[in-house]
Structures are given as C-alpha cells and as structure tokens.
Design a protein around this ligand. Structure first.
Ligand SMILES: Cc1cc2nc3c(=O)[nH]c(=O)nc-3n(C[C@H](O)[C@H](O)[C@H](O)COP(=O)(O)OP(=O)(O)OC[C@H]3O[C@@H](n4cnc5c(N)ncnc54)[C@H](O)[C@@H]3O)c2cc1C
Length: 404
C-alpha cells in the first residue's frame, strides 16, 4: 500500500509529491499522469511565478536549474483603453521588488519548470506512471483504492487530486463546485520584438478583457490575450498577417516590429471553486480545487501555496504518528487554504467584470481608483507584497524558504 498517491503529474502534482517525499523520505509516494511521457515538452506557455513560490522551488533544489531561463519582472504598467487607441494613458506603475534584488515575480517557461521538477522527483525516488488515468475511487477504513484505466488498482492512505480544473476525482468524491463560464478565452503565444522590454510587464485593460505582455529572456514576450471565445478561436486560426495586424492594434509599437513566433492556443476561461478541499482520504490541490481567471497570473501560484500547506500538514501529522488520510488531519489543510483561495477567486472575478467592458462611468470610476493607488506608495507596497505572496501572516514554511 502507498502512503500518498498523487493523481495528475502537472506542475502542482509534481510539486506536491516532491514536497512530501523530500521532507519524509520513508513515505511511499507515487504519481499517475494521464498524458504520455513527452507531452509536457510541447507546452509553449510561460507562467508568472511569485517570490514566495520561488522560495519553495529553492528549497526543492530546482530553482538554480530554472533561473537561467527565467526573466525577472522588474516593473509593471497598467493601462485602461480601447483596442485601437493610439495612446494608452498609464494609470498605475509598480516597481517589482519585494526586497533588494528580489523581484516580486519571474516569468518561467513551463517546460523549464516541469523539467526541473521531474528531475528532482526522480532523484527523490518518486515513481511517475504515464498514460494511465484514474477512473474509480473507493474509500475503505484504512485506505482509498483507486482504479486505473489499465485495469490495475492502487491503494493509498491519502490520495491527492491534482488533476486540473475538470477534476474527475473531485466529481467521484461528490465534491460540488461553484462554477461559471466567462465567455472569454485566453490566447497564449510568444512574440519577438525589435527592442528590449527591460523586464517590464504590461497589462492593458481592453473592453474584451485584459491583454498582458510578459517579459521572457531576450527580445521576446509571452502574451495572455483575452477575447470573447468566438473571436479568440477565429484569431488563433487566422493567417499570420491578420493575427499580427490585430496584435499590433493592442500591443502598440513601443517595442518596434513584432513577429508572432510561437504556437497559438486559446484556453476557455471560467471560475470553478470547490465547495470542499478535502474528503476522507482525499485532498484537492491546484486547479482541481480552484480554477480562476488569469487576469492576475495567480492560478498556479495558488496551487503552489496549496502544495506548501498540504505538505506541511501531512508531514507534521506523520511525525506525530497520525494517519495522514484522516479527515481531522486534512481539515487543517482545508482551513489554511480555503479563505485565501476564495478571496483570490472573488478578486479576479470582480476585476474581470469591472474592467472587461466599455461603460463610460465605470471606466471613470476604475481609472480614478487606479490613480489613487498609484499615488500612495504604502498602498502600492502592500499590493506588491500581496501579489508576491510574501505578506501573508501564516505562510507555510516552504513559502518562506524553510524546509518542513
Ligand atoms: C491563459 C492562461 C494563463 C495563465 N497564466 C498563469 C500565470 O502567469 N501564473 C500562474 O500562476 N498561473 C497561470 N495560469 C494558471 C495555471 O496555468 C494553472 O493554474 C495551472 O496549470 C494548474 O496546474 P495544475 O497542475 O493544478 O493543473 P493542470 O496543469 O491542469 O494539470 C493537471 C494534470 O492532471 C492530468 N490528469 C487529468 N485527469 C487525470 C486523470 N483522471 N488521471 C491522471 N491524470 C490526470 C492532466 O493530464 C494534467 O497533466 C494561467 C492559465 C491560463 C489558462
């Protein structure tokens, strides 16, 4: 019987397995992943990873491997205008440091992150089984048993569901969600530009949704471009000339000539918050617990915070000789994470509704609000600390750079 079985070998699943196994090497930890072994190498995306999550990656011993490919975000600019406006007045700027020499976030190519996490997982002795899905879940008094698509059954004291926003395990455990669809999709691609970005990230609030330009290594940026779903699908399939013309209307000419070099993909956007994060012998983490709008680039970071809180809960329970799958043990994790997650879900929802429109009085009110924040340095440093995840009073140890 396994001690912990992680379902889903994405960023959050790998990090959860690693966090527990490194702190408690005697525990038997396994990961099952539905996708074939090489699929992760084709992910064209990059993610903004906040300072607190980077501290955890440092404890894992993977940050030194990722850092050469990660671009620090040293500044952030926020504007509010229409797609074709020739000038975008800047309403808010942030200097992105939480402390001397520590930017509030880095842009990390997803491939670099997964490669390093997988290397560390292998070194820690974690088995990853590819190409098998979890298809059934049964709870016994001493273990949960999980049926897999290849006909085999695995037993574990604790199952951790990291199987993404459409989590089958969440459904199988009967956990309901608060869910809605924004009718928007996020187009993700990479662009090359003539001039350097200087580490500056920009978020343009446009009527169809936010358009974010996020710095990558070299003269390249990652885009998260929100449009109504039908428009996003049309743009993703359009030829290069149409795509680059539409891109230039939103991006502007500040960085010179643009070339859209990367794959284009559109991700439908919605909110999905699980009503419970735990059930007997089951914990949800990452998007399985909360899928949020990417407007603030916090989705994966929330998942990494789950990992830090869950690993600390599990490892401390194990050290005390408690059953790590017991609902009383898991409840500590749920209490730790639910409020923060709910708050972030509501914040991103409100921001998206407030900014994704062209209603005159609303525009005046929101631009006034941004202007106020811009003029009060203490308020700005508060927001930087919040965004970086370093301001929380009860951060799990991994998020402060300490081993469990
Ligand atoms: C456009 C866009 C931009 C974003 N930008 C950012 C950003 O800048 N910063 C940030 O923090 N977040 C960002 N996010 C959010 C981030 O991508 C997600 O929060 C993150 O991918 C969640 O990771 P996860 O491991 O929980 O889930 P996933 O990445 O969805 O991984 C789930 C894994 O489970 C596997 N799986 C599914 N079902 C089963 C099964 N039954 N059995 C076994 N395996 C299974 C899947 O194959 C997959 O590998 C963005 C999201 C979008 C859509």
């Amino acid at each position: 019987m396994l001690d912990m079985l992680v379902v889903g070998g994405g960023y959050v699943g790998l990090a959860a397995a690693l966090a527990v196994k490194q702190a408690a090497p005697h525990l038997q930890v396994q990961v099952i992943e539905a996708a074939p072994e090489d699929v992760w190498q084709k992910d064209p995306r990059a993610s903004a990873i906040i300072a607190a999550a980077i501290k955890m990656l440092e404890v894992f011993g993977v940050w030194d491997e990722i850092a050469p490919e990660a671009e620090p975000i040293t500044r952030m600019i926020v504007t509010d205008s229409k797609a074709g406006d020739p000038v975008r007045p800047v309403f808010l700027t942030f200097d992105g440091a939480v402390e001397e020499g520590k930017p509030f976030a880095h842009m990390v190519p997803n491939v670099a992150m997964v490669r390093a996490l997988r290397r560390a997982a292998a070194e820690a002795g974690i088995t990853i089984r590819h190409g098998v899905r979890a298809v059934g879940l049964n709870n016994g008094p001493a273990a949960a048993s999980l049926s897999l698509s290849d006909g085999s059954v695995l037993e574990a004291r604790l199952v951790v569901a990291c199987d993404g926003v459409r989590s089958k395990l969440r459904d199988m455990a009967g956990i309901k969600t608060v869910t809605w669809d924004y009718g928007q999709s996020g187009i993700v691609t990479t662009v090359e530009h003539e001039r350097p970005h200087g580490g500056c990230a920009e978020e343009h609030f446009l009527p169809a949704g936010p358009f974010a330009i996020l710095p990558l290594k070299g003269n390249r940026s990652s885009l998260v471009w929100t449009e109504r779903t039908a428009d996003a699908e049309r743009l993703v399939k359009s030829d290069d000339l149409v795509f680059e013309t539409e891109l230039e209307r939103r991006f502007g000419h500040k960085l010179g000539t643009l070339t859209a070099t990367g794959d284009r993909r559109a991700f439908p956007l919605g909110l999905a918050l699980a009503r419970a994060f735990v059930a007997p012998r089951l914990a949800l983490a990452g998007d399985a617990a909360h899928g949020i709008h990417p407007i603030s680039g916090q989705g994966l970071n929330l998942g990494f915070k789950d990992v830090a809180a869950l690993a600390e809960t599990v490892v401390e329970a194990d050290r005390l000789g408690l059953d790590i799958g017991d609902l009383n043990v898991l409840d500590r994790y749920q209490v730790w994470r639910r409020f923060d997650t709910f708050r972030m879900g509501v914040t991103t929802d409100v921001l998206n509704r407030l900014f994704s429109n062209d209603i005159g009085p609303l525009r005046i009110a929101r631009d006034f609000g941004l202007g106020v924040v811009d003029r009060i340095p203490r308020l700005k440093s508060y927001f930087i600390g919040e965004a970086a995840g370093t301001a929380a009073r009860h951060n799990p140890r991994l998020l402060t750079g300490q081993a469990i």
